[in-house]
Write a protein that binds this ligand. Structure first.
Ligand code: AMP
Length: 659
């Protein structure tokens, strides 16, 4: 299929020209041309009504002159990213001879290059498969092979990693260049890269740079800007995107080989509308992005939902606590780049809290931190792992902000969330209710798979509203609240329901890549509910996650215990810095509760002391029977406890010794 790429000429001019700060144009909402946008918006919304999907990059046409991103190299408007992506998309289209719906694996650093490559893939109608350099070569080979990628794209930084991989797998590699320093000899090579031929003998030399940041006289990187924010529409129609796939997000594969979750443009658009509605995204948001981009948390909540809102992202190459503190406090930042939104995993908040204790000792500084954060931050979210109650409270003390905890998965993006408002509705240890477009169901394993409860939330309004995003002079905003209804429930004596969490709805995926759906699939029921593999409970109108059914639900002496609940209680002990709770096989109890602990500096702890403290919050049968103190806890790239690895490393030392 021929892809209509109406192109752009200005890409090179764009990034090559250094502009000083004075030349950098700050764009206010007033500069958004309301009439022009209104016409385009109308056509987008008509397409959406007719079943189409507006891909995230195309929304840039609605607010081209707004700043989309600031990274460690420069500041880019939506038009700048769009233009760079358009230029790259021509090379991709040439490489794939105009084919669409091919998978393309890519590896970039966390900066503008990631967005440019992802948009370029989408502009050519292909499917983006983000890779991370955190994974070893063997895993990368697995992702590239499993996804059947027809092309690999990488930023020059990762050529060393991906060149041998691409050769071994006989896949064409497109290297995308960051320009060299003008003074360096290599600078001459800019723009003409990779002269090789691919396996099918096609010319691989059609590669471009994604970014060419200027340097000022002092050699400091200055902000790149666009002189011309006129961008023209590229890529297939919205109707075409409405029926096609956007990206594959690989699961972390804790129980089996990682599986590629198929994200369609429609599912992405539904998730984006759901988050905009529930958490009140606006174009005025300034989002601090520090999450890995091969994972849905970073891809959806922080990146794509923000870009779809016309917001501004400050992207760091990775999470570094001191830098994050500086950015949160806005040290040296201009008013328009002061952070107002942050999405993090609990391990990040734990790190920030630990450094807060070390860095901000006196009361005056602490008051300043609290006043600054409460004044500037609109939203701080936590999720992807359980948020311990101690951390929730500690963060409120530090910042005056109540963290908004939500539950999500690669398979369904964000599924359950505490309310945006009222703030008191964000309750400790709970994850709230289904987000728009999600139905959640609890199914106990021992009751013949009969659901005990179903709670549904209607699909979100997917129409794009510039008013609600704060991009027009008309005042408006997303609701920040949404409706849910309990549509069926069994009788419960104590009002508490418990079971495996099942999900379904337009915001939830329907298939894994490269795996034929089977009727007896362990992933879906016959009537298409996705089995999450998590156990949850529901009481007082909200869900609570009890953990992975396979590893966090411990069956001990006839009781069922949630490892997450025990971990949360143990973290209340003043000597404990980190903890993992596991079930270890035992002849008498079936399983015993065992705990692995990292202590705070200069602290000591016995099992007896631990039980005394945790016993204030837990029943005796929930208390650990064995304990091991270690220096470091194995965690994955997302900062989640790697329980498989913890068990492998420490399991034997946690067995209950027979007296
Ligand atoms: P991933 O697909 O890597 O995002 O992992 C999804 C898994 O993370 C879920 O199946 C849960 O086990 C866990 N998870 C996500 N959010 C939460 C949360 N708020 N509380 C507890 N576990 C969570």
């Amino acid at each position: 299929m021929e892809i209509p790429i109406r192109s752009l000429r200005i890409f090179n001019r764009l990034f090559r020209k250094p502009f000083g700060f004075s030349a950098y144009r700050t764009v206010s909402t007033a500069t958004v041309k309301e009439e022009a946008s209104a016409e385009l918006l109308n056509s987008f919304n008509q397409d959406i009504k007719a079943g189409g999907a507006v891909p995230v990059f195309r929304r840039a046409l609605l607010f081209p002159s707004r700043v989309a991103l600031q990274d460690d190299f420069g500041t880019y408007t939506y038009a700048a990213l769009y233009q760079a992506a358009t230029a790259l998309s021509q090379d991709i289209a040439a490489q794939l001879e105009g084919e669409t719906e091919y998978t393309i694996s890519y590896m970039c650093t966390n900066d503008a290059s990631h967005i440019v490559v992802q948009w370029a893939i989408w502009m050519t109608g292909n499917i983006a498969v983000p890779l991370t350099p955190l994974h070893p070569a063997e895993m990368l080979k697995y992702y590239i092979t499993d996804s059947g990628s027809n092309l690999i794209i990488c930023l020059q930084d990762f050529e060393k990693i991906l060149r041998p991989v691409s050769q071994e797998l006989s896949k064409p590699l497109l290297v995308v260049y960051r320009p060299k320093d003008d003074k360096s000899e290599q600078g001459k090579d800019q723009g003409k890269i990779d002269q090789g031929k691919d396996v099918e003998g096609r010319d691989q030399s059609k590669v471009d740079q994604v970014k060419d940041l200027g340097k000022d006289e002092q050699g400091k990187v200055v902000q790149g800007s666009v002189q011309d924010d006129s961008i023209s529409d590229v890529g297939p129609s919205n109707m075409w995107y409405g029926g096609t796939e956007a990206m594959l997000i690989y699961t972390s594969g804790t129980t089996s080989k990682p599986k590629g979750v198929v994200w369609t443009h429609n599912m992405l658009a539904t998730q984006i509308s759901s988050l905009h509605t529930a958490w009140q995204y606006t174009a005025q948001d300034v989002v601090l992005h520090t999450l890995p981009l091969h994972h849905i948390h970073g891809q959806l909540n922080s990146l794509n939902a923000s870009l779809a809102a016309g917001a501004r992202i400050r992207m760091l190459p990775s999470f570094a606590s001191h830098t994050v503190w500086a950015r949160l406090l806005g040290t040296g930042d201009r008013e328009e780049s002061r952070i107002s939104v942050f999405h993090g995993v609990p391990a990040m908040y734990a790190r920030l809290a630990a450094d807060y204790d070390k860095m901000f000792a006196d009361k005056k500084t602490r008051d300043y931190v609290r006043t600054t954060l409460s004044a500037k931050m609109r939203l701080m979210c936590a999720g992807s792992a359980a948020l311990p109650e101690t951390l929730f409270k500690k963060w409120e003390e530090i910042s005056g902000m109540r963290l908004l905890e939500r539950y999500g998965m690669s398979e369904c993006g964000m599924a359950l969330s505490n309310p945006y408002r009222p703030l008191e509705g964000r309750t400790l240890g709970h994850v709230g209710l289904p987000l728009p477009g999600v139905a959640a169901r609890l199914v106990p394993a021992d009751k013949g798979l009969q659901p005990v409860l179903t709670v549904e939330s209607p699909a979100p309004d997917t129409q794009i509203s510039l008013d609600k995003l704060g991009l027009t002079s008309k005042k408006g905003s997303y609701e920040g609240s949404w409706t849910t209804a309990v549509t069926e429930h069994a009788l419960s004596q104590d009002g508490v329901f418990e079971g495996e969490l099942y999900l379904k709805g337009p915001a939830v995926f329907t298939r894994y890549w490269n795996r034929a759906p089977t009727l007896d699939s362990p992933d879906f029921t016959e009537d298409d509910w996705f089995r999450t593999g998590d156990t949850a409970s529901f009481a007082d109108g909200k869900f609570k996650i009890l953990g992975r059914t396979s590893i966090d639900i411990i069956k001990t002496g006839g009781y069922k215990v949630s490892a997450l609940q025990v971990e949360s209680a143990i973290l209340e002990h003043p000597s404990v810095a980190d903890v993992a709770v596991l079930g270890i096989d035992d002849d008498s109890y079936g399983e015993i509760i065992a705990t692995v602990v990292v202590l705070k500096e200069k602290c000591s702890l016995t099992l007896k002391e631990l039980k005394e403290e945790a016993g204030k919050r837990l029943a005796p049968y929930q208390l650990p029977k064995t304990m091991l103190i270690v220096n470091e806890m194995p965690r994955n790239a997302m900062g989640k406890l790697d329980k498989k690895e913890i068990k492998r490393r420490f399991g034997e030392q946690l067995v209950l010794k027979k007296k």
